[in-house]
Design a protein around this ligand. Structure first.
Ligand SMILES: Nc1nc2c(ncn2[C@@H]2O[C@H](COP(=O)(O)OP(=O)(O)OP(=O)(O)O)[C@@H](O)[C@H]2O)c(=O)[nH]1
Length: 337
């Protein structure tokens, strides 16, 4: 993903990218915009084909599909850039170490010359000239060494900053922009890591879904809906802290993954989350009116050895439907299946 387009062409691609986002009702946040701009550029054959297949099959696009397209077709080339930055960083650090040593040795040598050259002052004009030239040359070496040292210091700082920015970018790519929870890519990476590290590990999942949220959006508008969604997400996250992974798994669906937690404990946590959300009070900042209570339904399950993680999550969502059918605002566990 490297663009050297002249301004006029970049403008044209940018308006095509914006038209794509508008046509598919997608928010112009960085991930969506990047995918759409890359698509308009037409250089990423795999991405273009994936998008066109979806368009032809009349499949919808949403933030999650866009994030997956981003991670699959764009991020891979970024990973190569990342490796390149790592290699350059390592090289600069190594070079800088060598120059430090060389700098020290040269400084010692120059100091020695500084110290002894005046003592060598001679009345022989030819020798005197040679000595002067030696002093001048020594000064030049000292200056160029100083400059090299400064340049390397700068390169070191820049490579350090680049690494920090890359780390931040890596973090951002795993977060959902609206709620700040982890996204599906992060969930997939964590699950794969947990299962690879410890295949026998006990992992519980709690699926969380807002009740009658379509109606809420219709009554109060999507902007207020977005605020509610992110406040509920924050509440959900507050019950997990660092012991699990809170994920935005879909539009108004969240998922809490809890490693090393049994079904009973996961059910208790789910009930606490349910109560916590039920207690939330929302007031419209415009009309100052209290908005109706928001409730959630939850489904709790435990990972079973023979299933893959997609099956595990699908089963958890199925359990969540039991809570919906039983009247919502409640917790269902796999024991009810
Ligand atoms: N404001 C807002 N709404 C969203 C977002 N993502 C999904 N939604 C809405 O969430 C609603 C989900 O509707 P449904 O799947 O019918 O579910 P529901 O109305 O909550 O009903 P139950 O789940 O059966 O209780 C849809 O109206 C979506 O447009 C979002 O990011 N922001």
């Amino acid at each position: 993903m490297m663009y050297n387009d002249p301004v006029a062409l970049a403008r044209e691609k940018s308006s095509q990218a914006a038209a794509f986002l508008l046509r598919h009702n997608l928010a112009p946040h960085p991930v969506n915009y990047t995918v759409s701009y890359e698509y308009s550029s037409g250089q990423n054959a795999g991405l273009c084909q994936a998008i066109e297949q979806r368009v032809e099959a009349r499949l919808p696009f949403d933030d999650f599909i866009m994030a997956e397209l981003y991670s699959h077709w764009i991020e891979k080339s970024q990973q190569q850039n990342e490796q390149l930055v790592q290699r350059v960083g390592t090289m600069v650090t190594r070079l800088s170490g060598c120059t430090d040593l060389a700098h020290e040795a040269t400084s010692d040598y120059l100091e020695l010359l500084d110290h002894h050259l005046p003592e060598l002052s001679s009345s022989d004009p030819a020798l005197k000239l040679n000595l002067m030239q030696l002093i001048e040359a020594t000064e030049k070496v000292r200056n160029s060494h100083q400059q090299l040292h400064q340049q390397l210091d700068l390169a070191n700082q820049q490579s350090h900053q680049l690494r920090t920015e890359l780390k931040e970018m890596k973090q951002l790519r795993l977060l959902d922009p609206l709620t700040g929870l982890y996204n599906r890519l992060a969930m997939q990476e964590h699950l794969e890591l947990w299962f690879t590290e410890q295949p026998e590990r006990q992992i519980a999942a709690i699926a969380v879904d807002l009740d009658h949220f379509r109606q809420f959006n219709q009554d109060y508008g999507n902007t207020i809906g977005d605020v509610i969604l992110s406040k509920v997400a924050r509440k959900v996250r507050s019950y997990v802290q660092d012991s699990g992974l809170p994920v935005r798994a879909g539009g108004e669906e969240f998922l809490i993954l809890l490693p090393d937690v049994d079904l009973r404990t996961a059910g208790e946590i789910a009930e606490q989350v349910r109560k916590g959300v039920e207690k939330l009070r929302f007031v419209s900042s415009r009309s100052k009116k209290t908005l109706p209570k928001v409730t959630i339904s939850l489904g709790v399950s435990l990972y079973q050895a023979q299933e893959n993680w997609q099956q595990f999550l699908a089963r958890t969502t199925q359990i969540l439907q039991i809570a919906k059918h039983r009247g919502r605002n409640q917790v269902a566990t796999e024991a009810m299946l």
